[in-house]
Design a protein around this ligand. Structure first.
Ligand code: C2E
Ligand code: CA
Ligand code: CA
Length: 641
């Protein structure tokens, strides 16, 4: 029994709290008990006219009133302080119990009028028995109260020595073990059922946490984020803003592909850790699947939001140690702000997603805020995407040709094929606008094949020493069977592979993909040639020039006519030309618009030139005309413009 009584101290806090709550859970029964106690003891005091009984009755009245007051007030005032509640209850309960017992005992001892004795003794026995059931949630209190109430009566009855009274004392005494056993039984049932309910509640809580957690990073998952965001929105003070930062790791797929998924997962979890460290306190941080993360937080204004966004991006850019290796990764971020960009979570998400898309398109590793113009851009992109597939069938696309000229002789050595789209409503669309869309939606493969076939057909009509240059998108090169497709197009057109030059940009080579190497090896073996396009705009790594079979470097037009022009660009062109000479490559200067530029790049060592100074891109029949004019006139002359 003692074990059960005191083992209750070892029970779980939450179960204990619920059990203690049962003490306070029925203030009505407490009040009724108190009212009966006050009434009976005052009546007994009045009838017995005994000083001690009167004092005890007054004390009981006071204790009863205080207890009722406490019963109503305490659970609210000392919330969460179970032990304190229990102690206060104990104090009140024990004083009340002993007073009831003592008053009843006194009426017996002083032989008060029989009615008063009957009133008090029966009231005390009733109280003692009832309390042992009522307070079974805390058995030590229940049994203590019962003992304190009944023992004084037993002693008083025994002291009177009458047989009937001794018998009564004896039967009251027997009540003690009987009721104790009842109390303990009730307690066990109560405790076990509360514990079971607690366990299942905790299990449900745990399941809910799991359902809202991302296993890889331990951050919130999509469901968890949604839940958090809705709560945040509801609690957002009117003068605060809610920022939603949507982050996407640049080129994470390459990490996964080259180093494996496990390393990828560890990288993700490190990113998660950094985000948690850097996000403002109380921010919701989650992973939205793949390599996308969300950080949502409250802020005062957009400046604060931008600062935090930039800080997060910088932290992600710092190299990470994963599996003993050093990994560098960058992240792009799109931010939308509530209430500026939308009033609900869904709009905010769309805004952040669009802003992220812009950050990526603008060259990655950027932080961009949502702007309504992004919605318009997206609509246009969607239109282009939808119409691009039809454009080929409707004959809206054509290939134009821009000459590439020998800077020594002024003769056309080659033409670059540039695609044009004449849209019936939108007018002429620039390839800069629709090629990226075609790359994104995969249409570039069909489009690219068509361009190569058309360009080859046109070139087959030209003199044999004139080559054709075709731009290739990274996706085209990585597509399975890419080299075979191009060779088939050349065969169909009757153009020998050595007259085709493929212009590729450095980005294709960045990931060191086996597909790219195979592609270049296959085409190279068949006689095809390669030019490194837009040199100077990216990493401009000279390592690629050794590794891959480039015959030509095209120096980007920004070095000729753009912001980079000056002493420095001149020095770069000279260095590249020098290297070209050593490696046996020709150097093309792009974007030549004036005679001064032509002179400058020739002086700097470029062998070939391309630009409006010589000619814009022209339709195939004009290209053919330029060639025949050149070959049948004696003096080199300026071409069409
Ligand atoms: P790119 O390969 O660098 O092509 C050269 C671009 O510079 C062409 O623009 C050309 O019209 C322009 N350009 C030539 N000379 C001058 C000049 O003197 N001044 C100025 N300001 N610009 C000049 P275009 O045709 O609009 O093409 C833009 C880009 O679109 C190309 O850049 C290329 O990356 C892509 N592109 C064009 N056609 C194709 C294609 O058939 N396939 C693929 N994959 N991409 C293409
Ligand atoms: Ca090009
Ligand atoms: Ca170029």
């Amino acid at each position: 029994m003692m074990r059960v009584l005191f083992s209750t101290n070892a029970i779980d806090d939450r179960v204990r709290r619920t059990l203690v709550d049962t003490l306070y859970s029925q203030p009505a029964s407490l009040a009724i008990g108190a009212a009966c106690g006050i009434l009976t003891s005052l009546v007994a005091a009045h009838q017995s006219r005994n000083g001690y009984i009167t004092i005890a009755a007054i004390m009981l009245t006071a204790v009863a009133l205080v207890r009722v007051g406490m019963g109503l007030m305490l659970p609210r005032v000392v919330d969460n302080r179970t032990r304190m509640l229990e102690l206060l209850y104990e104090l009140g309960a024990f004083s009340y119990a002993i007073l009831i017992g003592v008053i009843a005992a006194l009426t017996v001892l002083v032989d008060a009028p029989h009615e008063a004795q009957l009133l008090m003794v029966s009231n005390a026995i009733g109280y003692g028995v009832a309390i042992s059931a009522r307070n079974a949630g805390r058995p030590a209190i229940a049994i203590g109260q019962m003992v304190l109430t009944l023992i004084p009566i037993c002693l008083a009855l025994l002291k009177r020595g009458d047989v009937a009274l001794i018998t009564l004392a004896f039967s009251i005494f027997l009540l003690l073990p009987a009721m104790t056993s009842v109390t303990l039984n009730v307690f066990r049932v109560l405790r076990n059922s509360i514990a079971a309910a607690e366990t299942s509640a905790r299990l449900a809580e745990r399941m809910q946490v799991l359902a809202r957690t991302d296993v890889v990073t331990g951050l919130l998952n999509r469901a968890g984020l949604n839940h958090h965001l809705v709560e945040r929105l509801m609690a957002l003070p009117p003068d605060r803003k809610l920022a939603l930062c949507w982050m996407d790791l640049d080129r994470f797929k390459e990490v996964n592909d080259t180093l494996g998924h496990q390393t990828g997962d560890r990288l993700l979890s490190q990113v998660g850790e950094r985000l948690c460290k850097l996000a403002p306190e109380g921010a919701s941080v989650g992973r939205f699947g793949g390599d996308e993360f969300i950080v949502a937080f409250e802020a005062q204004d957009r400046r604060e939001i931008e600062e935090i966004g930039l800080r997060i991006r910088e932290a992600i850019n710092r190299p990470m140690r994963v599996d003993g290796g050093r990994l560098e990764i960058t992240g792009s971020m799109g931010i939308a702000v509530l209430p500026d960009d939308g009033q609900d979570i869904e709009t905010l998400m769309q805004g952040a997603d669009l802003a992220l898309y812009h950050a990526k398109v603008n060259g990655r590793n950027q932080v961009s805020f949502f702007d309504p113009s992004m919605t318009r851009d997206l609509v246009r992109r969607k239109e282009i995407e939808a119409e691009l597939r039809l454009a080929l069938q409707r004959n809206e696309l054509s290939i134009y040709f821009q000459p590439i000229v020998d800077l020594e002789t002024g003769r056309i050595r080659s033409f670059e094929a540039l695609v044009r789209w004449f849209h019936p409503e939108k007018g002429e669309l620039r390839p800069d606008e629709f090629i990226p869309v075609a790359e994104e939606c995969g249409a570039i493969i069909t489009l690219g094949n068509w361009i190569t076939a058309q360009a080859a057909k046109a070139a087959a009509q030209w003199p044999e020493d004139v080559t054709i240059a075709v731009n290739l998108s990274p996706l085209q090169i990585k597509a399975p069977g890419a080299a075979l497709g191009i060779l088939a197009a050349l065969r169909d057109a009757g153009l020998p592979p050595h007259r085709l030059e493929l212009e590729i940009t450095e980005t294709v080579l960045l990931d060191h993909s086996q597909n790219t190497e195979n592609f270049m090896a296959e085409l190279g073996a068949a006689g095809g040639r390669f030019a490194l396009d837009d040199f100077g705009t990216g990493y401009s790594s000279l390592g690629y020039l050794h590794k891959y079979p480039f015959g030509k470097i095209k120096v980007d037009r920004s070095f000729v006519s753009g912001v980079n022009v000056g002493k420095k660009s001149d020095a770069i062109i000279r260095a590249v030309s020098g290297m070209g000479q050593t490696l046996g490559m020709s150097i093309v200067a792009e974007g030549l618009e004036t005679i001064e530029q032509v002179e400058a790049v020739r002086e700097a060592g470029c062998t070939l030139g391309q630009g409006y100074y010589f000619s814009r891109a022209v339709p195939d029949y004009v290209a053919a005309m330029l060639l025949s004019q050149e070959r049948y006139s004696l003096k080199p002359q300026r071409l069409a413009s």
